[in-house]
Design a binder for this molecule. Structure first.
Ligand code: SAM
Length: 404
C-alpha cells in the first residue's frame, strides 16, 4: 500500500524509465506502467517525471557526477532515482522536501543516504540546468548543423496543435499558423475544449498536417493513405473531399482510426494489410505514404527517441521506406501526385529515400507552408523542432512531393 501521497506516480515513473533506458521500449509502451494509477493527475505526473528525465538526462547526470566522489554506475537504481529527484525539483518545481519524501522510499533497503546526500549538496549549491538540454554526443553528431536549434526546441513539451474539420467552433480560441490549424498553450486539457464532443477537430502537430495539405482538394478523387493509422492524415484527406482508402497493418492502430472517423463523422475505406504484400485493384489519383520511421522528429513529445534510436534502427527503417516508396510509385495513375513523409530527423530516412524515387519531383511552394518554413533546394520540406521557435516550434518532418 502507498502510504505517502504521490509515491505511486514516482514508482510508475521509475518503471517507465527502466523500460525505456534498459529495454528500449517506446514511451507509449512504457506508459503502461502508469495506467494502473487511480487518478489522472498521478498518471500525468508519472509521465511528466519520466519525460523530463529523458529530455535532460545528460545534464542531470552531469549534476549527479559533480556531487559524488565516485561516479555511480549508469544503470544504478540510485542514479535513476536521483535523476527523477532533480527533474522534479529543477523542471517540475516540486519543493525539495516533497521530492525527498516521495523519492527515498524507492530506495528502501538501498543507498538512501547517498541519494539524500547528493540531492542535498545540489540543492545547497542552487544547482541549475542549462537553457537547452545537452544532446548525447552521437545524436548531436547525427543532427549536425540542426542540433543546437533542435536542442532548444526539446527544452519543453510542445504546445497543443489542432486540425479543424471545418469551421472554427464557437468559443475555441488560439493562434492559427495555416488555414484549418489552431495552436493552444501546452498542457491544455482537450476534453473541455469547444467542439470535442462534435469531433470538430483532432490533435495533430502543425508539421504532421503539412503532407496531406500538399495533395490539395480531393473533389471526389481517390487517394490511398498508405500506413494510415491512427488516422490524422486520413481525417484531413476525407475533410478535404478525397475518397480515401486507409491501409495499415496494425489492427490496434486501425481501431483507433475507426474511432477517430466515428468521432469526426468522416469516412474512409479501411484495409488491414501488409503494404509489402498488398496490391490495389486500380490505380490512385493520389497517394500519401506517411512511412513507418524512427520518429526522431517527435523528440519534443517523445524524448525517449533521443536515447533509443541509433544507426541500426535508422538503417532498418530506411530500407523499409525505400521498398514502400518503390511499391507505392507503381500504384499511381499517370499524372497523379504522391507525397512521401516521415517524422524523422535522419537524412537516411528522408532526403536519401526521396532521392531514390523514380518519379519526377513536384516542388512544394513557399505559399503552401507556414510562414517561416521554406522549401529546400529541390522543392522538398524539412522541418525540425527548433524552427518557428517564437510561436512554439513544430515536429521534425521530411516531406517530398512527386508526380506520376
Ligand atoms: C507514421 S505511422 C502513420 C501515422 C498516420 N499516417 C497518421 O497520420 O496518423 C506509420 C504506420 O505504418 C504502419 N505500418 C508499418 N509497417 C507497415 C506495413 N508493412 N504495411 C502497412 N502498414 C505498416 C504502422 O502500423 C503505423 O501505423
Amino acid at each position: 500500500m502507498n502510504t505517502i501521497p504521490g509515491s505511486g506516480a514516482r514508482k510508475a515513473a521509475l518503471k517507465m524509465l527502466d523500460a525505456v533506458l534498459r529495454r528500449g521500449d517506446t514511451m507509449e509502451q512504457a506508459g503502461g506502467a502508469a495506467n494502473g494509477l487511480p487518478s489522472f493527475a498521478d498518471r500525468a505526473l508519472a509521465r511528466a517525471i519520466a519525460g523530463e528525465v529523458l529530455r535532460w538526462l545528460t545534464d542531470l547526470d552531469a549534476l549527479i557526477d559533480s556531487a559524488t566522489n565516485k561516479p555511480l554506475p549508469d544503470d544504478a537504481k540510485a542514479r535513476m532515482v536521483l535523476r527523477m529527484m532533480l527533474a522534479q525539483w529543477l523542471r517540475l518545481e516540486t519543493p525539495p522536501h516533497a521530492v525527498i519524501a516521495t523519492a527515498l522510499p524507492l530506495l528502501a533497503g538501498g543507498p538512501k543516504r547517498l541519494a539524500h546526500g547528493v540531492f542535498a549538496t545540489l540543492t545547497r549549491q542552487d544547482a541549475t540546468l542549462p537553457d537547452a538540454p545537452t544532446l548525447p554526443e552521437a545524436v548531436a553528431h547525427r543532427w549536425g548543423d540542426m542540433a543546437p536549434e533542435i536542442a532548444k526546441g526539446i527544452a519543453a513539451p510542445p504546445p497543443l496543435d489542432l486540425s479543424l474539420r471545418g469551421d472554427l467552433p464557437e468559443g475555441l480560441e488560439g493562434e492559427s499558423l495555416l488555414p484549418g490549424h489552431l495552436r493552444l498553450p501546452r498542457g491544455t486539457a482537450i476534453e473541455n475544449l469547444p467542439g470535442f464532443d462534435d469531433g470538430a477537430w483532432w490533435v495533430q502537430d502543425l508539421a504532421a498536417s503539412i503532407p496531406a495539405r500538399l495533395l490539395g482538394a480531393g473533389e471526389g478523387k481517390r487517394v490511398l493513405d498508405l500506413c494510415a493509422a491512427p488516422g490524422g492524415k486520413t481525417l484531413q484527406l476525407a475533410a478535404a473531399g478525397w475518397k480515401v482508402t486507409s491501409l495499415d497493418n496494425s489492427s490496434r492502430r486501425l481501431e483507433r482510426l475507426r474511432q477517430n472517423l466515428k468521432r469526426t463523422g468522416l469516412s474512409a475505406d479501411i484495409v488491414k494489410a501488409d503494404a509489402m504484400g498488398w496490391h490495389p485493384d486500380e490505380l490512385y489519383d493520389a497517394i500519401l505514404l506517411d512511412a513507418p520511421c524512427t520518429a526522431t522528429g517527435t523528440c519534443r513529445r517523445n524524448p525517449d527517441v533521443i536515447h533509443r534510436i541509433g544507426p541500426r534502427q535508422i538503417e532498418a527503417m530506411a530500407l523499409l521506406q525505400s521498398q514502400l516508396l518503390e511499391r507505392a510509385a507503381n500504384w499511381l495513375k499517370p499524372g497523379g501526385t504522391l507525397v512521401y513523409a516521415v517524422c524523422s530527423l535522419e537524412p537516411e530516412e528522408g532526403e536519401d529515400v526521396a532521392a531514390s524515387c523514380t518519379l519526377a519531383p513536384l516542388p512544394v511552394m513557399s505559399d503552401e507552408l507556414p510562414e517561416g518554413v521554406e522549401p529546400g533546394a529541390w522543392g522538398h520540406v524539412r522541418t525540425h523542432p527548433g524552427m518557428l521557435a517564437e510561436t512554439g516550434g513544430l515536429d521534425g518532418f521530411f516531406i517530398a512531393r512527386f508526380q506520376g
